[in-house]
Ligand binder design. Structure first.
Ligand code: NAD
Length: 470
């Protein structure tokens, strides 16, 4: 079989892989993108970010209707047609993945549907539905992503024990749902199912949900969970699970005490594992750690000079926008630019109700590392815009370097925090000072004013709060 020769092969068509392929093509490279699924977009588009946001939107409309009675507007309890809900969600995914396929075509990126396996450093075998295809290239970019971690003890082969992948299909709404893990996925999908009507019990091994967020930012989410979930149990581990008829018998380890309960469904959301198996990396010089995350330097170069890697497969924060940034860096390095993943601010957003978002340095991190910072806060209870849609449960905070007054980090909890955090990212990336944020006129009435007012609070004169002079 004669190999096909190209400049760059990208392995994996998720938000890292397709971003790399498109950028390389835009810069004049011949690119082949190898993706095993029939649809481009990876986990994020097909089984992660996008479907979960669609379901959360549907859930929020239900919550908004339910919470409107005290405003004098009463709706009847919504009827849920999961078939229609799934179809609507699916239509979004079809449209988006179709758009990506179209963009690939228009750029001249050749997409091969197949599983990629490295035969050697400069040769990939793609196993396609039509047979095998050999590809040779100058550089390969590995962007194969990650999958939900499923600890052996939970893996009973029982379809009632699911990961986010199955939970996002919303086959039905179980009466009782146990969510294991109070991180991004546990909190987001717990929110979806609780709103749809499941009695949700969430267990988290640590003493807090959303461990990465500052405690004051996580508090409104914990308050939401208290109201919407049947129970949230911290410092709790699942010791064992077993099939019990149409249910799952779960044994908990609750501060040393054993407890047993039955659930209709269990969602395991305890983190993600790299898709490191069967890539043929042993035929290359690529090295990886004992969990399977590929080693890369700041230029996204692996230990094999012909191979780059980006996204979840290289570890760090497992977020689509981190992958997309690394894609740009890898391509720029390949075309000879002096690019590197240095001082890059990667924001985090958890799409709970309310949302929580942060970027740069967090207050907890500053404390743990002994970095002296000042923290300026603006509570949303003082925001006219937040009150106008009945959501005063928010907080905007700035983490500020005392000497230079530079904004080192921003944290926001509240409705729409995920959209608001980008101003924080820009501030941190541009080296903005609290003065810059306070001097920039923000439109009234908007939630973005909370960033300006937090900066004003730093100087002791926010219009809508009283900052007591020390
Ligand atoms: P996570 O790391 O966010 O949270 C997992 C949680 O499970 C942790 O709090 C951990 O302490 C807990 N845990 C681990 N083992 C446990 C056990 N045996 N019993 C009880 N609790 C246990 O992982 P996730 O929620 O599975 O999400 C995976 C990744 O997907 C995240 O790292 C995130 O980057 C990404 N993601 C991002 C978004 C977003 O950007 N909004 C949404 C979903 C997922």
């Amino acid at each position: 079989m004669e190999p096909t020769k190209t400049d760059i092969v990208v392995l994996g068509g998720g938000p890292g892989g397709y971003a790399a392929a498109f950028y390389a093509a835009d810069l004049g490279k011949r690119v082949i993108l190898v993706e095993k699924d029939p649809r481009l977009g990876g986990v994020c588009l097909n089984r992660g970010c996008i479907p979960s946001k669609a379901l959360l939107y549907a859930a929020h409309t239900m919550s908004a209707a339910r919470e409107s009675a005290h405003r004098g507007i009463t709706f009847t309890e919504p009827a849920i047609d999961t078939t229609k809900l799934r179809a609507w969600k699916e239509s979004i995914l079809t449209r988006l993945s179709g758009g990506i396929a179209q963009l690939a075509k228009m750029r001249g990126v050749q997409v091969i549907q197949g599983r990629g396996y490295f035969e050697e450093s400069r040769m990939l075998r793609a196993e396609t539905p039509q047979g095998q295809q050999l590809l040779t290239y100058d550089q390969a970019i590995i962007a194969v992503g990650s999958k939900s971690a499923m600890p052996k003890a939970f893996d009973l082969g029982n379809p009632r024990i699911v990961t986010s992948r199955e939970a996002l299909e919303v086959e039905d709404v179980p009466e009782s749902l146990l969510v294991i893990g109070g991180g991004y996925i546990g909190m987001e999908l717990g929110t979806v199912y609780a709103t749809l009507g499941s009695k949700v019990v969430l267990v988290e091994a640590l003493d807090t949900i959303l461990a990465g967020a500052d405690p004051d930012l996580a508090r409104p989410i914990a308050a939401y969970a208290k109201k919407a979930f049947k129970e949230t149990r911290l410092k709790t581990k699942v010791a064992k699970m077993a099939t019990s008829g149409r249910q799952i018998k779960v044994e908990f380890d609750l501060d040393g005490q054993k407890k047993e309960e039955l659930y209709d469904r269990v969602l395991v959301a305890v983190g993600r594992a790299p898709n490191a198996e069967n890539l043929g990396l042993e035929n290359t010089r690529v090295s990886f750690d004992d969990r399977g995350f590929i080693h890369v330097n700041q230029k996204q170069q692996t230990t094999d000079p012909a191979i780059y890697a980006i996204g979840d497969i290289v570890g760090g924060v497992l977020l689509a926008h981190k992958a997309a940034k690394e894609a740009r860096i890898a391509v720029e390095v390949i075309v000879g630019e002096d690019s590197a993943f240095v001082n890059v601010t990667i924001p985090a957003v958890v799409f709970t109700d309310p949302e929580v978002a942060w970027c740069g340095l967090t207050e907890a991190e500053a404390r743990a590392k002994g970095i002296e910072v000042k923290v300026a806060k603006f509570p949303w209870a003082a925001s006219g815009r937040a009150l106008s849609f009945d959501r005063p449960d928010g907080l905007t905070k700035l983490i500020i370097e005392p000497d230079t007054e530079r904004v080192l980090g921003v944290g926001i909890v509240g409705v729409g925090a995920g959209e608001l955090i980008s101003e924080g990212v820009l501030a941190v990336e541009m080296g903005a000072t609290a003065k810059d944020l306070s001097l920039a006129v923000h439109p009234h009435p908007t939630l973005s004013e909370t960033l300006m007012e937090a900066a004003e609070a730093f100087y002791g004169h926010a219009t809508h709060t009283l900052v007591r002079k020390k």
